[in-house]
Design a protein around this ligand. Structure first.
Ligand code: SAH
Length: 370
């Protein structure tokens, strides 16, 4: 029986033969999210033995500080009980477990929160359930953030938006065209089965951000329709029912031109069209576009600020000192290097950004003030 990657490559080839070349988003959607053979459906990709690692997997301090941020927001919105505590794409559940531990002593908070995990991968759902069970908690799982019950909400997302499928448009002499994925004619081999082609100038184009429309020939612009939809759902809800969201990811603070689609396998970059379903496909998040959506939905947008500045503001240096006071020499080395990786500009401190959204009643959010 062929392995799952062969199934996915064959499925994509057949789809292209049937439907014609696919948008980059359709290709990514199947590669990442195919319910049986997709990347996330078939594995836990995180950690040293996987393909990539993330801030909560690097240090417990990340989830702890995000947890305390959530408790401060809860206090600022009048300690609603219940409050929906929502995490998008929780991976192994590590961030939430660390956040629960850090907020256990905040009076009333833990009893007020209802946990909602937005996760489509059955493998990661099971992993999250185990992690939360060890922390003595249960949650409700949903496929989509629009399924979370009504009420004030505090929303967390780390490295979720970068995994959502993007469409790519290229400026040509004939106008804006869409980049599509076609089968490569010459080769039947899985690794070289696909290639990029350009659509003819389409009759109806997904809107390109206003400030980029006059980009020079050759420029690539990326649009992430799902990110815009999901953020619109969150912002509309926060505007109407109160609460806040904290979104951490790599990306650019303003909409910009550039091809940022990337594939990672075993902690190294790989060819984006090779072995669909076996690679982590991501793109930089366009925080400028998210800010416009938040404002359009009647919510307040905050930032983005750099992850380094945000974590320093929340007190990562003091937390590091507390952990060091109880650490063995080898633990101390690990704590120091993890902290540096999270905050230093040559680690995740500058590339990663933190973006906040709040209901109109919350004028400021912790970590975003200058
Ligand atoms: N936040 C975690 C994991 C990041 S990996 C961490 O920081 O470690 C991306 C996560 O988003 C995974 O849990 C993946 O299964 C989930 N995911 C990706 N696309 C999704 C979608 N469309 N809907 C719901 N979850 C999705």
């Amino acid at each position: 029986m062929p392995s799952s990657p062969a199934f996915l490559a064959r499925h994509l080839r057949q789809r292209i033969q049937r439907e014609g070349p696919l948008t980059v988003a359709a290709f990514m959607e199947d590669a990442a999210g195919h319910p049986r053979f997709g990347y996330y459906a078939t594995r836990d990709p995180l950690g040293a033995g996987g393909d990539f690692t993330t801030a909560p997997e690097i240090s417990q301090m990340f989830g702890e500080l995000i947890g305390l941020w959530c408790a401060v927001v809860w206090d600022a919105i009048g300690k609603p009980d219940p409050v929906q505590w929502v995490e998008l794409g929780p991976g192994r559940g590590t961030l939430m477990a660390d956040a629960l531990r850090a907020t256990a002593k905040v009076p009333g908070f833990i009893d007020a929160v209802r946990l909602h995990m937005i996760e489509r991968s059955p493998v990661l759902r099971a992993r999250q359930k185990e992690t939360l069970a060890r922390a003595g908690r249960d949650a409700q799982w949903h496929d989509d953030v629009s399924d979370v019950p009504a009420g004030p909400a505090i929303v967390v997302a780390n490295e979720f938006f970068d995994a959502l499928p993007i469409r790519q448009f290229e400026r040509t002499q004939a106008g804006w065209c869409e980049r599509l994925v076609d089968v490569a004619e010459a080769s039947e081999q899985e690794e070289h089965a696909f290639r990029f082609v350009l659509s003819p100038p389409p009759e109806k184009l997904h809107p390109i951000p206003e400030r980029l429309r006059d980009a020079p020939a050759g420029a690539v612009v990326e649009v992430c329709p799902q990110a815009l939809r999901i953020l619109h759902t969150i912002a509309t809800r926060l505007a109407g029912e109160g609460g806040a969201a904290v979104i951490v990811d790599y990306g650019h603070p303003e909409s910009a031109i550039g091809d940022t689609l990337q594939a990672v396998k075993g902690h190294a970059f790989a060819d984006v069209l090779a072995s669909p379903g076996e690679l982590d496909l991501t793109a930089h998040v366009d925080f400028g576009a998210l800010r416009d959506v938040a404002a359009g939905a009647g919510a307040r947008a905050h930032g983005p600020v750099s992850q380094g500045a945000f974590l320093e503001w929340l007190g990562i240096s003091a937390r590091t000192e507390t952990l060091l006071a109880r650490a063995s020499p080898s633990q101390a080395r690990g704590i120091r290097s993890a902290k540096a990786r999270l905050v230093e500009p040559d680690g995740m401190g500058a590339l990663f950004k933190v973006f906040g959204v709040s209901g109109p009643a919350l004028a400021a959010l912790p970590g975003f003030a200058p």
